[in-house]
Write a protein that binds this ligand. Structure first.
Ligand code: HEM
Length: 393
């Protein structure tokens, strides 16, 4: 049972490592608003149920996004600063930008899909999903190809340091990222005229309204925007690819259905990722005492919202563990909701649909490689850290 003050039986680490979905389901059923005594699992409150997660993310006055002393643009900001930066970022993901980027995304997806054609025993996380996410990220921002591998390693190291709660390592990794961006910005500024207009140049020359005046964005904020963008993109896209490919490998009838009915790919992706989300949590801080699911959260306390658990709430999605056509995906919190809703969702959808279409175009039926069990990723990541597939003719 759920102890009303704190939960001594908060998430069991061993279960979380081996069965993350079931562990979150169990917490949502036993203790939808729980208190974590555990430093490695976001000490403080956790919301697991759909209604309470929705309550938290819909009330930005009571639940602030400024959860750390480290500035993070835009995710770690509140209104009015947050709104200024959203205004700057959102146009990069509008219909025209996404349409213009589609051929480049298709080219990357096709190239990667061809590398696995007829191949057996392919670890699709390292060889396809992670490659795809960094290559698209660099192409979208206009960054050089020689950043692919450093960014991929950076995302891994960042995840390992976060998992270990290793603050000095996290600081070193943040510095490393700043180093990449500083080098890039210096080169850009020296050659602004030579580079075609791309997203990075637009951000470099953009202004934001600060104290009534349009002012250039500081270098520190440009680095922060790029870091938020990179963290938003790389881990989630790679995890989402792994989750989809795994689900289709173990559900051959659905895989065949999508081969024969390509128009159903977008809905299938939303539903596969509703059922098993690639992003697990985000955080908020209470600005006043507030009641959440019968618990009192005190001003200043932290709350972790669990997207994966909320999207598997049977009260909102009947038989939530089942893949079903025709669900109301407006209820899905895959990309969040409220003022911090994912601005990159149109790009994410383009990426995932394009990559899955390319795999279906260029390979026959794909299956799990025999005797190679997929390895679940460890929280805070989701999906699989390794997944071996056989691609048939
Ligand atoms: C399947 C892929 C993705 C998923 C599941 C996802 C999910 C989310 C969610 C749930 C949030 C809300 C966070 C909160 O409320 O605190 C969010 C925010 C954000 N995402 Fe995504 N995202 C994905 C892909 C992307 C991509 C491709 C980009 C950029 C290229 C991106 C950039 C961001 C940024 C910058 C924020 C912060 C927005 C703000 O605080 O106003 N995401 N994402």
């Amino acid at each position: 049972m759920c102890d009303k003050k704190t939960t001594d039986d908060f998430i069991d680490h061993n279960n979380l490592l081996t069965h993350p979905l079931e562990t979150f389901d169990d917490m949502r059923q036993r203790c939808p608003i729980a208190h974590s005594p555990d430093n490695n699992l976001n000490k403080g409150w956790w919301a697991f149920s759909h209604a309470e997660v929705k309550q938290v993310i819909s009330d930005e006055k009571t639940f602030s996004n400024i959860v750390s002393t480290h500035r993070s643009v835009p995710n770690g900001l509140d209104h009015p600063e947050h709104s200024r930066y959203r205004k700057l970022i959102e146009p990069f993901f509008n219909k025209a930008h996404i349409k213009a980027f589609t051929p480049q995304c298709q080219r990357i997806a096709k190239r990667l899909a061809l590398t696995v054609k007829n191949q057996k025993n392919v670890n699709v996380i390292a060889n396809m999903a992670e490659q795809f996410s960094v290559q698209v990220q660099c192409e979208f921002l206009g960054w050089p190809d020689d950043l692919h591998e450093p960014l991929r390693r950076w995302a891994h190291d960042n995840h390992a340091a976060t998992l270990a709660g290793n603050r000095p390592a996290m600081d070193e990794i943040a510095q490393r990222f700043s180093g990449y961006i500083d080098t890039l910005l210096t080169a850009r500024r020296a050659n602004l005229a030579q580079v075609e207009d791309d997203v990075t140049n637009e951000i470099l020359s953009a202004t934001v309204n600060i104290e009534g005046r349009q002012q250039p964005i500081s270098d520190a904020d440009i680095v922060s925007i790029m870091r938020n963008w990179t963290m938003g993109e790389i881990g989630t896209i790679a995890a989402a690819m792994g989750i989809m490919l795994h689900f289709l490998a173990i559900n051959p009838a659905l895989q065949q259905h999508l081969r024969d009915n390509r128009q159903d790919v977008p809905e299938a992706i939303e539903e596969m990722l509703r059922r098993h989300g690639p992003l697990v949590t985000n955080r908020r801080k209470a600005t006043r005492d507030v009641t959440l699911g019968g618990r009192t959260i005190k001003a200043g306390e932290l709350i972790t919202v669990n997207w994966v658990a909320a999207n598997r709430d049977d009260g909102v999605f009947a038989d939530a563990n089942e893949f079903k056509w025709g669900r109301d995906q407006h209820q899905s919190l895959l990309y969040g909701a409220g003022v911090h809703v994912c601005p990159g969702a149109p790009l994410a959808r383009l990426e995932l649909q394009t990559m899955l279409q390319a795999v279906l175009d260029h390979s026959g039926r794909f299956t799990l490689t025999k005797h190679k069990k997929p390895i679940s990723a460890h929280y805070p990541a989701s999906g699989y850290s390794a997944l071996w597939l056989d691609f048939n003719d």
